[in-house]
Design a protein. Structure first.
Length: 240
């Protein structure tokens, strides 16, 4: 399934379900849901998370945002000089690096920097650093599409957000969106293997990504997710 569909289905259904169940929808919860809906595809070969999920103009926007972030890191002097400059250069350059290995090295260095210097932003520095490390060390496609990864990501959010105001809904938002990604992939011909090394395979073969029929089925699920969002956030408040 395409990143765009995962983003709409995972985020839309998660936020609708949380709202219907009475959980507060905060901006961090929405951000975590959106991120978690895309996170399992982080280990797709030769595709940075964003490249698959985002159209070209949005990728440019992300590069601009990273450069802005780099300038901020430098000026705010979160780390003592010269480390603020080092961190800024790493963040500013990461989305432009050509080689996979080089990019991975820079991502690890940024993660180390976030752990070491950015405690002001706890728990977000830890969450961001963990994502960077996971993106680098996950060996090949498959591991992120398991129940182990779902459990690990949910637990990470649970402990990272402990003690935060309204932080209790973060692990629900992230866990649900991640689970929806796996469920959506289980509909495809490729399927998922949720509990390796058990040979159990989940695939409903409703669609295969990239074919005309597959695209149609995918669009149906996207429309259903959007309908749920409209119902939850437009019709329900209107009635109440
Ligand atoms: Zn996937």
């Amino acid at each position: 399934m395409m990143g765009k569909s995962h983003l709409i289905i995972g985020t839309g259904v998660t936020l609708s379900a949380m709202s219907l169940l009475g959980y507060p929808i905060t901006i961090p919860a929405a951000a975590v849901a959106a991120l978690s809906s895309l996170l399992p595809d982080i280990d797709e070969p030769n595709s940075l998370l964003v490249r698959k999920a985002l159209p070209e103009p949005l990728l440019r926007l992300l590069q601009v945002a990273l450069i802005a972030g780099a300038i901020y890191l430098y000026l705010a002097q979160i780390a003592a000089p010269p480390w603020n400059l080092v961190l800024a250069l790493l963040v500013g350059s990461v989305s432009f690096l050509p080689g996979r290995k080089l990019r991975h090295l820079v991502m690890v260095l940024i993660a180390v920097g976030l752990f070491a210097f950015a405690q002001v932003y706890d728990p977000w520095n830890a969450i961001a650093a963990c994502i960077l490390i996971i993106a680098v060390v996950v060996p090949h496609r498959g591991l992120t599409h398991t129940l182990y990864a779902l459990g690990g990501w949910t637990a990470l959010l649970y402990f990272a957000a402990e003690g935060m105001k309204n932080g209790g809904s973060l692990w629900i938002a992230g866990g649900m969106a991640y689970a929806l990604h796996l469920a959506a992939d289980a509909l495809t011909r490729r399927g998922i293997t949720p509990l390796p090394p058990l040979p159990l395979k989940l695939r409903l073969k409703l669609m295969s990504t990239g074919t005309k029929h597959g695209d149609k089925v995918e669009r149906v699920f996207v429309v259903l997710a959007l309908a749920l969002v409209v119902y939850t956030f437009v019709l329900v408040p209107f009635q109440g």
